[in-house]
Ligand binder design. Structure first.
Ligand SMILES: [Zn+2]
Ligand SMILES: [Zn+2]
Length: 561
């Protein structure tokens, strides 16, 4: 069987499953919308006509009326025309007081609809945590499976209800590694649906990443089939590399599947990870971490030699003047100091966050969070599934350094280090020194070439003359200006971002971070205090101000609770 056919079949299987769930959801939503429209300003008939609609609208007074005065008590224990129970409606729309009333007046907390879903399943669809509490405290079966074997944890993972998932796991001990009828765990489903935050939570809790379903697919296989880059990256970075080698029933590893589906970027990531795991095995890991720093170092050394050899002491140039000579030595001294700064920069801690630095237990902290706190905004992106820490808002995990970095800016391969809170200042200083040095070098070089007396034959151009007569000097000018351009672009970008109090990572991936969005969903940087204050803070402290978030972070929530 060709690999593409295998992939197609898998997609059909998976879509079948998901479509069913989606249709159920759509049906519910349509029904609710219809009910809401009925309840609109138009003189439409009253939407609350029976026990079920009263439950769906959370209208406890009317519900009580139906049950206690109009003999509707029997309806609480039996389904409506579509086979759904009043308790399910109350659960879907998160009305805990209504749910409690229904349970206390004869509603079965474990009643199932035609798909064998219970009220808890419906609560999981919408992430209705409060109602889930009422259900579970009144005897709802946490691990009840529906017709597909989906438990509440599966449904929560399918719909990306991370908070509810965390709640039922931490408070009631739900089994997040449980399997449905096809052998899929909640991690499979979160990977397939592309719910990155849910995946972060599951990986943080050490969910099994190498479990293969009945088709032999791991969660990574599913993520690859959907071509979701963020999810694949998460799974690969937090993984043990073992899942990269596992084959599905068609005999394909995730890498082969990605290549087969034509996800080129994904193929690169997976093939690099496979290579990296090979490299780690044969001690080539150090080589990978060294990045391009040795290349940049050699480049700078060559540049200095060329400068001395072909510009300052070149025998074929006229004698150097005292002023130009002095400037040349300034340039050389600056270049030497730059090399020292370069070395220090590449070795300096950019702001690695280690587990327990904030006095948190790396395993347990999440379990202590009070999620019912109304101020909590649920920034699950603060979980690092690899380091197993809850990190400050603006940090990010660097897969090359294998650490989370505070105020992560970017991993710079040219210095073989991350640029973060603790070395951003040094990075800017290094760039400015680079610009000054190369600018001086270029000025001296230009002066030497320009003042050189030239005798051109009629057919020869000035450029041709210089290239043949002073090849070293021309090469120096070329390499120097190339470096100058690069440094100028980088320094310009850094300066702009410092003025905006934004990191390179935030600028590039702003859509991924919920803290960079305002209530209207558009970009809004809560750390930006205006150009002047941003720059002043950076110049005084050496890093950007990150104290001004308008909401409590996951860590603050933890310390409060
Ligand atoms: Zn990390
Ligand atoms: Zn790094």
């Amino acid at each position: 069987m060709s690999s593409s056919r295998v992939a197609e079949i898998e997609v059909v299987v998976a879509d079948g499953g998901s479509r069913k769930g989606k249709e159920d959801e759509e049906e519910r939503r349509r029904k609710k919308q219809r009910q809401q429209q009925k309840g609109g300003a138009e003189p439409e008939p009253d939407p609350v006509v029976d026990v079920y609609s009263a439950a769906a609208y959370g209208d406890l007074e009317r519900l009580r009326g139906f049950v206690e005065r109009e003999g509707g008590a029997a309806s609480l224990a039996s389904p409506d025309g579509n086979g759904y129970h009043a308790l399910q409606w109350a659960a879907l729309n998160n009305y805990p007081h209504v749910a409690l009333y229904i349970i206390e007046h004869g509603g079965d907390v474990n009643a199932q609809d035609h798909a064998q879903q219970t009220a808890l399943h419906w609560a999981a669809v919408r992430g209705a945590t409060a109602v889930a509490d009422v259900l579970l405290e009144n005897g709802a079966r946490l691990e009840a499976g529906d017709v597909n074997g989906y438990r509440a944890v599966h449904v929560a993972a399918q719909y990306g209800q991370t908070t509810l998932l965390h709640h039922i796991v931490s408070k009631y001990g739900a089994d997040f590694d449980a399997l449905d009828n096809e052998g899929r765990s909640s991690l499979h489903w979160a990977a397939y649906k592309g719910n990155a935050d849910t995946i972060r939570l599951l990986l943080f809790m050490d969910a099994n990443q190498v479990r293969q379903d009945k088709n032999g697919c791991t969660p990574l296989h599913w993520a690859v089939i959907r071509g979701n880059l963020e999810v694949c990256t998460l799974l690969v970075h937090a993984g043990t590399k073992q899942e990269l080698k596992l084959k599905d029933s068609g005999g394909f590893t995730p890498l082969q599947l990605a290549a087969d589906k034509g996800h080129r970027h994904l193929t690169n990531i997976l093939s690099n990870s496979t290579k990296a795991s090979f490299g780690d095995k044969y001690c080539l890991g150090q080589l990978g971490k060294a990045g391009y720093a040795p290349i940049l170092f050699s480049y700078l050394v060559i540049l200095m030699i060329l400068f001395l050899n072909s510009i300052v002491f070149a025998p074929d140039f006229s004698r150097i003047t005292a002023a130009v000579g002095l400037w040349s030595w300034v340039a050389i001294s600056l270049a030497l100091v730059s090399q020292v700064v370069f070395y220090r920069l590449s070795r300096k801690n950019p702001g690695y966050i280690k587990a327990n630095t904030k006095g948190l237990d790396p395993k347990e902290p999440l379990m202590a969070i009070d999620l019912s706190s109304p101020t909590w905004t649920g920034s699950w992106s603060q979980l690092c599934p690899t380091c197993k820490i809850i990190r400050p808002v603006r940090s990010k995990h660097c897969p090359t350094c294998k650490h989370c970095v505070e105020q992560f800016d970017h991993h710079c391969p040219w210095i073989s280090n991350c640029v973060g809170k603790r070395n951003k200042w040094d990075f800017l200083v290094f760039l400015c020194m680079g610009i000054t040095t190369t600018l001086l070098g270029a000025a001296v070089g230009f002066q030497r070439l320009w003042t050189e007396p030239i005798i051109l034959s009629s057919s020869e151009s000035w450029t041709h003359f210089m290239v043949t007569k002073h090849p070293g000097a021309v090469l120096f000018m070329f390499m120097d200006i190339f470096l100058l351009t690069g440094a100028l672009i980088l320094a310009g970008a850094q300066a702009t971002q410092i003025a905006r109090n934004l990191t390179t990572n935030e600028a590039a991936n702003q859509s991924r971070y919920s803290y960079l969005r305002g209530p209207d969903g558009r970009f809004r940087n809560p750390y930006n205090q205006g150009c002047r204050r941003n720059c002043a803070y950076f110049l005084v402290n050496g890093y950007s101000n990150d104290e001004e978030a308008a909401w409590p972070t996951l860590q603050q929530t933890l310390q409060l609770s």
